[in-house]
Design a protein around this ligand. Sequence first.
Ligand SMILES: [Zn+2]
Length: 157
Amino acid sequence: MMCPYCRFDESKVVDSRTTQDSVRRRRECLKCNRRFTTYERIDEATVKVVKKDKSRVPFERDKIRVGLEKACYKRPVSEEQIELIIANVEAKIYENYEREVPSQYIGECVFAALKGIDQVSFVRFASVYREFKDVSDFVEELSVMLQERQRTPSATE
Ligand SMILES: [Zn+2]
């Protein structure tokens, strides 16, 4: 983001707020130290997720949704609650990270939100996720586990 005063193109973010579909960022120019505000549309703010192996993938809210739906399978958690968790997690990401967000941070945000809603879903999400430390790896692995469980129903289900 170019400084409107001195045209220097590096700034640090001093405050971020998400609104409906945009992020308002208060920035401080690294050269002249003056402050200015930018508004970025969320769908244009292309955030990348940094995975455990340092590879980058585009952030996809659907990956969080899939993970949550699997974790909340047969649990008393509504679509609205899942939507709300995703919205909250997204807001936190955009408020705290500008271009790249560690996948671990996303997982931690989902934990925090899920913990307050349904303990069983939380434990399911946590137990698998902790091993993988990555939402997308987790989602893939959990899908496989659930498919296997459906093929061989256990007494505990
Ligand atoms: Zn400046």
